[in-house]
Design a protein around this ligand. Structure first.
Ligand code: SF4
Length: 322
């Protein structure tokens, strides 16, 4: 059963250690995020890493930065440009990636030359203004090694849409890891897909069709090959933010399942709310609340089984602001 599979692994998230309040920064400080430790900490177990400490830079330490050297990006000391820790950070990230096989996501510290997920400034070798912005060296290597792993930065978590998107991906990827840990079978892969159909549809309709074609190949192609292709397409699709228009289309699709049972007042009310949501006059939670009510009045096993209906714990209130 699915609930057994879900219980089989704790939900663990890799994280930049300083975000948990650990005093590992170059100045011996931290960057504690109360939202992460207090709110997300209710649901996730954190696995901290500080790549700069792991490669022996010490606490406190001289700061480092990204530098453009002959067309490639290196990580060098700000005060001591002879110090180059690029290779050490890459090796550390590759070693960490091998430890993350049962981890459902990674949260990075914004702006760090090691841990920043994007937008870290790259400076010219000589003094001067930043010439470009890229991910930090550790983060870039980790993301390359684990392209399916949901990743996000703590700063971006303050954006309601990015936050909701990240947490939805975390729970979906965690379920995937649980399925894999339980021993993926053709039936389990089909069941996993069936219950995530509406979720995918909300993010990317063409990926929805592509995943359908992959699932149609179960039994005809080697299972490991189909599963690897499936999770790659799925996670890439989910990383696209679902727009109000896409959510509204899914809500209309769900409404179709109740069509026969609806009285005309219910139908008009739900259509009004979906339209109000599409125009961003009310949050997604509003039409979803009515859908939940309709599901209680007119039970439908297929719709109830969709993770789209309850993608993450209600207490996180993620659909209240999108
Ligand atoms: S951002 Fe990364 S490298 Fe810097 S202190 Fe935090 S965990 Fe360590």
């Amino acid at each position: 059963m699915e609930s057994d599979a879900l219980a089989s692994l704790p939900l663990r998230i890799g994280i930049s250690s300083c975000l948990l309040g650990n005093q590992v920064r170059y100045d011996a400080g931290h960057k504690h995020s109360a939202y992460i430790t207090q709110t997300l900490g209710e649901y996730f177990e954190f696995v901290p890493f500080c790549p700069e400490v792991a490669i022996g830079l010490g606490i406190p330490r001289s700061p480092i930065r990204l530098v453009s050297v002959d067309g490639s990006i290196r990580v060098r000391g700000v005060e001591n440009p002879q110090q180059d820790v690029t290779d050490a950070l890459i090796e550390n990230a590759e070693a960490v990636a091998r430890q993350l096989h049962d981890v459902s996501a990674y949260l990075f510290k914004k702006g760090s030359p090691s841990c920043g997920m994007e937008g870290v400034k790259v400076y010219p070798v000589q003094s001067g203004q930043a010439v470009e912005s890229v991910p930090g060296m550790f983060a870039a290597t980790l993301m390359r090694a684990l392209p399916e792993l949901p990743v996000e930065e703590e700063g971006r978590l303050m954006d309601p849409c990015l936050r909701e998107n990240f947490i939805e991906r975390v729970f979906i990827y965690h379920r995937w890891l649980c399925y894999c840990a339980s021993g993926m079978t053709p039936a389990a892969l089909v069941a996993f897909h069936t219950r995530h159909k509406f979720s995918v549809l909300a993010h990317d309709e063409s990926a929805y069709r592509e995943l359908g074609r992959l699932i149609a190949g179960v039994g005809k192609r080697e299972l490991g090959e189909v599963a690897a292709a499936y999770i790659r397409v799925l996670m890439r699709a989910l990383a696209r933010i679902a727009t109000p228009k896409q959510h509204a289309n899914v809500l209309m699709h769900i409404m179709g399942f109740f069509q026969a049972e609806f009285d005309s007042n219910d139908k008009v009310e739900l259509l009004d709310l979906i339209d109000a949501y599409r125009q961003q006059q009310v949050p997604l939670l509003v039409p979803m609340t009515l859908i939940h009510h309709q599901l209680r009045c007119h039970p439908n096993d297929y719709v109830s089984a969709q993770y789209y209906i309850n993608p993450h714990p209600r207490e996180l209130m993620l659909r209240n602001r999108i």
